[in-house]
Design a protein around this ligand. Structure first.
Ligand code: PGA
Length: 249
């Protein structure tokens, strides 16, 4: 049985006070629900959030990292640094990184390898743009994005990773993929990985992301190949995030 996961991607939002309030609100609302709960604050608020979640069931994730461990990389944050301050996960290859910061499949694969080397579990994002969906090349795009990490790190690496299917057209737009649409792509992803290793495919958690909210979460997460959510906007309010956790439980 795959444990469900609900991860909140706070993106570039908040202040030190609001970060502390948000995570303490989430902590106060947890009452033994079954999904794994992950919060992904901006880098500078990671230590504040780490202190708040000590001795709780919440785990910590960064939103990005450098593919190098140490040295002259001005402005970058490394895997060993994230590990040092208590991160267990790191979001990689988010579509905003791919689209706005030039992260290619090659860069994404290099960061993925660096995360695993540092015992950080990647939450590795994949997904097609609206244009790609309209051209009927969704599966080609997803396959290419998955192959980028399998070809460099091997399929066994997925035993220590989570995938997040996030159709780019659904992110921050209020347009969610229907449960059927999302399930179709999740099944494609799992089948493709099963072509390499059936056991890895069976145990791999594949999250859905893209305008998931308290109203649509239950139907999405009820799909057989959807193992939880990567939540942006709705993770910024403790009440909404908790409602999604409840929907997944
Ligand atoms: P959204 O973002 O829930 O605001 O659509 C999801 C994400 O980008 O991870």
């Amino acid at each position: 049985m795959r444990q469900k996961m609900v991860a909140g991607n706070w993106k570039m939002n908040g202040t030190s006070n609001s970060a502390r309030d948000l995570v303490s609100g989430i902590k106060a609302g947890l009452n033994g629900q079954s999904p794994e709960v992950v919060v992904c604050p901006p880098f500078v608020y990671l230590p504040i959030v780490a202190a708040e979640i000590a001795n709780s069931a919440i785990t910590l994730s960064a939103q990005n990292m450098c593919d190098q461990d140490v040295g002259a990389y001005t402005g970058e944050i490394s895997g060993p640094m994230l590990k040092d301050i208590g991160c267990e996960y790191v979001i990689l290859a988010h579509s905003e990184r791919r689209a706005m910061y030039g992260e290619t499949d090659e860069v994404a694969a290099s960061k993925y390898a660096a995360a695993l080397k540092n015992n950080l579990k990647p939450i590795f994002c994949i997904g097609e743009t609206l244009e790609e969906r309209e051209q009927n090349i969704t599966e080609d795009v997803i396959a290419r994005q998955i192959d980028a990490i399998i070809n460099t790190s091997g399929v066994a690496s997925l035993a220590n990773a989570v995938l997040a299917y996030e159709p780019v057209w659904a992110i921050g737009t209020g347009k969610t993929a229907t449960p059927d649409q999302a399930q179709g792509v999740h099944a494609f992803i799992r089948n493709r990985i099963a072509g390499h290793d059936a056991g890895i495919a069976e145990s791999l958690r594949i999250l859905y992301g893209g305008s998931m909210n308290p109203a649509n979460a239950a139907d999405l997460i009820a799909q057989p190949d959807i193992d939880g959510g990567l939540i942006g906007g709705a993770s910024l309010k403790a009440e909404d995030f908790l409602a999604i956790i409840n929907a997944a439980g």
